[in-house]
Design a protein around this ligand. Sequence first.
Ligand SMILES: Cc1ncc(COP(=O)(O)O)c(C=O)c1O
Length: 394
Amino acid sequence: MYSRRFDWDAQPHPLSQATDNQMVRGKTIVNLVDANPTRCGFAYPEDAILSAIARPDAMTYDPAPRGLPAARDAVCAYYREQGAVVSAERILLTAGTSEAYGLLFKLLADPGDEILIPRPGYPLLSHLAGFEGLICHAYPLRYSEASGWRVDLEVVSALVTTRTRAVVVVSPNNPTGNYIKSEELAALDTLCRKHGLALIVDEVFADFPRRPSHPAVKSVVNRTSALTFVLNGVSKMLGLPQLKLGWIVAGGDPRETVTAMERLELLMDFYLTVGTPVQTGTAQLLAGRQDIQHQINARLTDNEAWLDARLTGTANICRLAREGGWYAVLSIDDAIGDDARALTLIEKAGTLIHPGLFYDFYREGFVVLSLLLPPERFAHGVSSLIRRFGRPAA
Ligand SMILES: Cc1ncc(COP(=O)(O)O)c(C=O)c1O
């Protein structure tokens, strides 16, 4: 009766079952992977946000498949502040970045076509592609202490087949935190042009830099000549996922950009998913972003510094270099499997971590943590992890 889109293992992972069991028993869980900013104790400029989405002009419904002009102008202003000139004709608003992926996959690929995605990477990507009937091939990001995470460009190009339609880059990547470097971008741009592929670059974490190593690209907008779609939205930028506002900036090849925008507009005309109140408020919301971004960046830095200090006394756990984003990746040297470690920690200490395997790390021995948590909760959870799995430094 149902489509093959659901032909994947939808059974809850033992880790979520174990977490639910703990909650049913009334145990308090420390969720060390909580990346929901609205639950992390930030002082949102509530009056300003609520007044932005309660403007009188939100009472008029004026359907605009690309998004209301004033909201698209506000997105242009955001890029102008970053030094990139973008015309509103190249911007299409969406109800979040996940929806933007779905639209782009519909635009670019037929069922059975292929896209290339980063590994390790954002777990939702392969599902979003799968729902459009696409096949994902993962290209590796390789880590070294000297250079951090780098795209294995040789493998990317070896993965291209006649059915490949797009290369996806997440910059900074979730969860590894690396920005795309200018030489990587140039190589991917050349590859995409050579094979007629589109480049999709997800920059939802771009406003949260830590130590971008040279020559990291802060935004890919206006930096490519292959057909390129840059994704962003307020979910991370303003820490407000519930507003459901994202956008696509189309660019690169100017002729293809016009065609792509026309087709995206047509697609969006069937859905018209973006709410009016968030669009009439976009200019005010984006103009006020510094306040929350400052708080989030301070939190990420403070938690990371605390984590590093705590890890100096530990022989077998270290944090991998982070250029940006909201996550810390720990490498743990022990004989315990990643799933077993996470299960033990939730069952014995009520602390939830994500095994690296959730993000398709290429081997066992990695843990992913959110750096967004309130400091006490973060310290409590990390201390549980280190107590159970850390070996004291000699
Ligand atoms: C890399 C990345 N892209 C996109 C999204 C989804 O963003 P949105 O809430 O705008 O759909 C997330 C959410 O965590 C993400 O981590």
